[in-house]
Design a protein around this ligand. Structure first.
Ligand code: AP5
Length: 217
């Protein structure tokens, strides 16, 4: 099952993808996480991407397309994948179609997590991640069960906040989404693969809506 989770920064793509992986024996492919790993490793891609990401802009298509082409070729993608953060431009969407066609794969669903723009700033301002496994938390909506300890990996080594979750950068990221990524929705609607879930409910409620769609696949 190959699925795109679609929606603006902070709508819940990463949170939901991580919850769905085990249940559907699939794998989350987060281009944001891949880029942050490149930045952390100090690679050439990471050095070039860092300034772009910190400004809230999109990393060039060529870099992203090569990254995903290489990733979906790996053995752990054989049962399918949940794309989180890709495609983000028309060029990326077309390249994904070509990659899938070359491998005889199909896109089962593109699921847009819809959300009121007014709540995104609060979602992103309160986000923090486990420094060890990357699990996503929120100051108000998703606190660890035990303060200072990650629910997922049990680490108490600390939590981090993303540099690009600062208010000014969030504005630039939302602009990039509106101008370059949201225009992809009609592309997928025309192919009759686009589904929508209401991202305004609780995290559990959104998971239930997604599960209902994926169970039909
Ligand atoms: P990326 O990491 O992909 O960021 P994004 O798309 O902006 O999405 P986020 O990770 O910010 O949000 P999310 O929807 O996953 O929300 P989350 O689940 O964390 O990309 C970062 C940068 O990398 C880009 O700006 C760009 O520079 C570059 N990049 C990446 N991919 C690229 C590409 N393909 N092309 C070019 N450039 C690329 O949830 C947010 C918070 O809300 C969390 O704290 C969570 O706990 C909370 N929350 C989630 N759901 C709920 C809920 N239902 N109720 C209450 N709280 C909730």
């Amino acid at each position: 099952m190959n699925v795109i989770l679609f929606g603006p920064p902070g709508c819940g793509k990463g949170t939901q993808a991580r919850r769905l992986e085990d249940r559907f024996n699939t794998i989350q492919l987060s281009t944001g996480d891949m880029l942050r790993a490149e930045v952390a490793s100090g690679s050439e891609i990471g050095r070039k991407a860092k300034a772009v990401m910190d400004a809230g802009h999109l990393v060039p298509d060529g870099v992203m397309i090569a990254m995903i082409a290489n990733r979906i070729d790996q053995p752990d993608c054989k049962n399918g994948f949940l794309l989180d953060g890709f495609p983000r431009t028309t060029a990326q969407a077309r390249a994904l179609d070509e990659m899938l066609a070359e491998q005889g794969l199909r896109l089962d669903h593109v699921i847009e997590i819809t959300i009121d723009a007014a709540v995104l700033a609060e979602r992103l301002a309160g986000r923090f991640n486990c420094a060890r496994c990357g699990a996503v938390y929120h100051d108000k909506f998703q606190r660890p069960k035990v303060d200072g300890v990650c629910d997922v990996c049990g680490s108490s080594t600390g939590f981090t906040r993303r540099v690009d979750d600062k208010a000014d950068t969030v504005k630039a990221r939302l602009k990039a989404y509106d101008e370059q990524t949201a225009p992809l929705l009609p592309y997928y609607q025309a192919r009759e693969v686009l589904r929508r879930v209401d991202g305004m409910g609780s995290i559990d409620e959104v998971t239930r809506q997604l599960e209902a769609i994926l169970e039909q696949a």
